[in-house]
Design a protein around this ligand. Structure first.
Ligand SMILES: C[S@@+](CC[C@H](N)C(=O)[O-])C[C@H]1O[C@@H](n2cnc3c(N)ncnc32)[C@H](O)[C@@H]1O
Length: 281
């Protein structure tokens, strides 16, 4: 069974799935630290040595899973091995294990999903905790409020595969632009052609001179967040600048005015609030 995040739960937890946040070790939540204090071992998906070192303050059994990545291998195979190691480790271990992934552990991540899905078959109890996602950091970096005009979010390759319609009135955040059109892991840089189909797809919904930004939030306390702005028509020219840890921000091309004027009037009406609320409650 998967618990909602709740450190006071009386159930014994076998696997805590936690997020490390984005900036080194400084975005661990109090409840993640509480899970670490109880755990026997940690399984970690994170490339920074300082994060491993920090986790070794809680247990000397910190297993870094990033070595599972192999050039040219299907990423899903890697994620399956990571999930198996966590599940096997939880079965072997006397106390709880922590599975720590960067950012939020449920946001655009596969191994944590597979651990959650397979745990019940093995009789393992999982507690998933929220973490600070790259998206949370980007909202701060560009002072973006998703309540203002809404927000549409897609994974870049999935957008092309399923051909979701983009709405140019709504800001868009597109994940994994640097990993377009392949399910295989590679550290190789991209050729300009990698972005042609994606640019053509965006141009179905936006004018070619619409400005977009590659956003990369800071991942070390001493580094700065980066923003690279360019026009959609120049996508291929940006190939050398695009990497696997950027998110593409597409601001709206149009401002959408209020469509329902009658309802807008009701919002100001005392009579209306009395009909939709109960004054005796
Ligand atoms: C596999 S997902 C992991 C997301 C992570 N779980 C989170 O909560 O942010 C990788 C994608 O997250 C986004 N991402 C990761 N690191 C980022 C960063 N430093 N700045 C902006 N976006 C980032 C990019 O879209 C990247 O392709």
């Amino acid at each position: 069974m998967t618990n909602n995040s709740n450190s006071d739960s009386t159930n014994f937890v076998d696997i805590y799935v936690i997020g490390t946040g984005m900036v080194g070790t400084r975005q661990f939540t109090q409840e993640a630290i509480s899970a670490l204090e109880q755990c026997e071992r940690v399984y970690l998906v994170h490339f920074q040595k300082s994060v491993k070192k920090y986790l070794e303050e809680f247990t000397d059994q910190v297993h870094v899973l990033t070595d599972e990545y192999n050039e040219g291998e299907k990423r899903d195979n890697t994620y399956a091995r990571m999930a198996q190691q966590v599940l096997d480790g939880a079965e072997e271990s006397e106390g709880p294990v922590v599975f720590a992934l960067y950012g939020h552990p449920m946001v655009f991540v596969s191994p944590s999903r597979w651990v959650i899905d397979e745990a019940p078959e093995r009789g393992l109890e999982v507690e998933v905790q929220p973490g600070i996602s790259s998206m949370d950091c980007l909202y701060s970096d560009i002072a973006f409020d998703p309540a203002k005009n809404g927000v549409q979010m897609f994974e870049a390759s999935d957008l092309l595969l399923r051909e979701f319609d983009l709405n140019p009135d709504i800001p868009a955040m597109i994940w994994q632009v640097g990993m377009l059109e392949s399910a295989l892991y590679t550290t190789n840089s991209s050729e300009p052609e990698r972005f042609t189909r994606f640019r053509e797809y965006l141009e179905r919904f936006y004018p070619p001179d619409h400005s977009v930004s590659l956003l990369q939030t800071a991942t070390y306390p001493i580094s700065n967040s980066r923003q690279i702005e360019f026009e959609i028509k120049d996508f291929e020219k940006m190939a050398d600048e695009i990497n696997a840890i950027q998110t593409l921000y597409i601001p709206p091309a149009n401002e959408r005015p209020v469509q329902n004027e009658e309802l807008a009037e009701l919002f100001k009406s005392k009579e209306h609030i009395e009909t939709i609320t109960n004054k005796n409650s």
